[in-house]
Design a protein around this ligand. Structure first.
Ligand code: NAD
Length: 244
């Protein structure tokens, strides 16, 4: 499905990002893995290498624009182009009441979740326009749609990612570039190695978590030619969310 296509995935070391790496590799893509957790990244790289030799893994903090520019330069020099960008890296495990959340933490969430997405998108867009082809998939969250209590800054950053998606999609549609967001509900724990792992969960009417493979498969679909006419959308993958 992705023969001759190159995908760059941020936050590729664990969870949804890792499942994406495996699923894109199985689909025949050249895969670029980006993460700041070098140990976990090396482990994932080894797994992807058992599927394809066309893999490049690069350590990078997505909130550092200079580092992002270097990653994109190395990726294009290795594979010649970037066809698909999955902006997946994010901070989210932080639960505090709004009144107790300090400003530095707000800024960190904005730097990683919003600016990391902005940096990578800006860095690849010129190449995509040149090739008159691109698929950008931003991993948002149901928190960005409904707003989660004790997660105001996370919710705000994911809401921003969804509106960025909608605005940018309109600007680049004529360049044959689609831009979509996916908003997971409760996903199986990222530390589970099995991408099909699910467990009971009361947040959805389905009564379970979503596997990382289910999330990755949605992302792969939006990156595929079958989704060429879908752009500017936020697709919720949440097992029919109950708690909002
Ligand atoms: N897990 C869930 O229940 C859930 C629900 C909704 C949305 N999401 C979203 O899905 C995406 C993936 O989440 P997950 O739970 O699968 O994985 P995770 O949050 O456990 O891991 C994300 C990966 O991103 C990397 N990362 C974080 N900050 C980074 C930075 N500054 N630079 C480079 N890499 C960085 C981490 O090292 C990690 O490998 C995130 O965007 C998250 O907000 C997750």
């Amino acid at each position: 499905m992705f023969k001759d296509k190159t995908v760059l995935i941020t936050g590729a070391a664990v969870g949804i990002g890792k499942a994406c790496a495996l699923q894109f590799a199985k689909g025949g893509a050249n895969v670029i893995l980006v993460d700041y957790n070098d140990e976990a990244l090396a482990k994932t790289e080894a797994e992807v290498k058992s599927i394809t030799g066309n893999v490049l893994s690069l350590v990078c903090d997505v909130s550092d624009n200079d580092s992002v520019l270097k990653v994109v330069e190395s990726s294009i020099s290795r594979f010649g182009k970037i066809d698909i960008l999955v902006n997946n890296a994010a901070l989210w495990r932080h639960y505090t009441a709004f009144v107790d959340t300090d400003i530095d933490t707000w800024k960190k969430f904005i730097d990683v979740n919003i600016m990391g997405t902005v940096y990578f998108t800006k860095a690849v867009l010129g190449n995509m326009k040149q090739n008159h082809y691109g698929r950008i998939i931003n991993v948002a969250s149901v928190a960005g749609v409904y707003g989660n209590p004790t997660m105001a800054m996370y919710s705000a950053t994911k809401g921003a990612v969804i509106s960025l998606t909608k605005a940018l999609a309109k600007e680049v549609a004529a360049d044959n570039i689609t831009v979509n967001a996916v908003s997971p509900g409760t996903v199986s724990p990222a530390e589970q190695d099995d991408i099909d792992y699910v467990e009971p969960n009361a947040n959805s009417y389905s009564g379970r978590t979503g596997s990382t493979r289910e999330n990755a498969d949605l992302i792969c679909f939006l990156a595929s030619d079958s989704a060429a006419y879908i752009s500017g959308q936020n697709v919720q993958i949440d097992g029919c969310r109950k708690k909002i």
